[in-house]
Design a binder for this molecule. Sequence first.
Ligand SMILES: Cc1ncc(C[n+]2csc(CCOP(=O)(O)OP(=O)(O)O)c2C)c(N)n1
Ligand SMILES: [Mg+2]
Length: 275
Amino acid sequence: MNLTELKQKAAQIRMDLLNMIYHAKTGHTGSSLSNTDILTALYYNIMQVDAANPKWADRDRFIASKGHAVESLYCILADKGFFPKEELATFSRFGSRLIGHPNNKVPGVEMNTGALGHGLSIAVGMAKAAKMDGRSYRVYTLMGDGEQAEGSVWEAAMAGAHYKLDNLVGIIDRNKLQISGSTEDVMGLEPLEDKWTSFGWNVVAVNGNDLGELCDALEAAKQTTGKPTLLMAYTTKGKGVSFAENVPHWHHHVPNDSELTLALQELAASLEGMK
Ligand SMILES: Cc1ncc(C[n+]2csc(CCOP(=O)(O)OP(=O)(O)O)c2C)c(N)n1
Ligand SMILES: [Mg+2]
């Protein structure tokens, strides 16, 4: 996809996830809007996956470590044809496989996640397995910045560097907010890039809401050898909906009627502006 097509896709995914959350009356709106561009870059330009064959042995793997932001992932998997788009209407309903955190009964979802702090360990194991099996697939995991307070992240960071997993990319959605406010108030993280560098990772900083920067950095990571890459993706929580941007309670606020209408209008206008 070219850059305009990617931007259009991201706007459409944002509209889809807002509708889905509105109808379900539950969801992590700000968190999913925050990382929509990251997932769009991965799923439409970077990763090799096949919706017709979700268990293809050489597929690239994505682990949604910040599993609470499952809405953007489900909307993208549906859009790519992993399961019917109409199923999005069942999100968080009793009996639906589209539960509120990633569920590996859903085609395209690699691993059940949602308890923060586990995705990187799983990704390290998968990347190590690829090396042992002589396979060329790559492994990506998306973590939250609040999630960096989990000690298990740092054990996995050590292991990733120790095993020289250059087929592994960790991405941090650095929106500077977690569930209850600023990450720096809840558990100070800075200097976060330096911490990852000191753990032996190839650290690359990007604007995580800029699809061009994301694609360039993720493409460049494929050429890096001898160490895993950590993409520090500086984002805006709630991105794309002006009145949700950087507002902590939109972490899991469900839009009401007028908020949904306004949000969809803004995104439709941005789509119009791309034509
Ligand atoms: C182990 C664990 N503790 C607590 C939670 C509850 N929880 C869900 S989202 C969240 C905040 C996450 O913030 P961050 O990682 O910054 O994600 P984002 O800002 O992208 O939503 C918390 C504490 C959880 N899911 N897992
Ligand atoms: Mg955050």
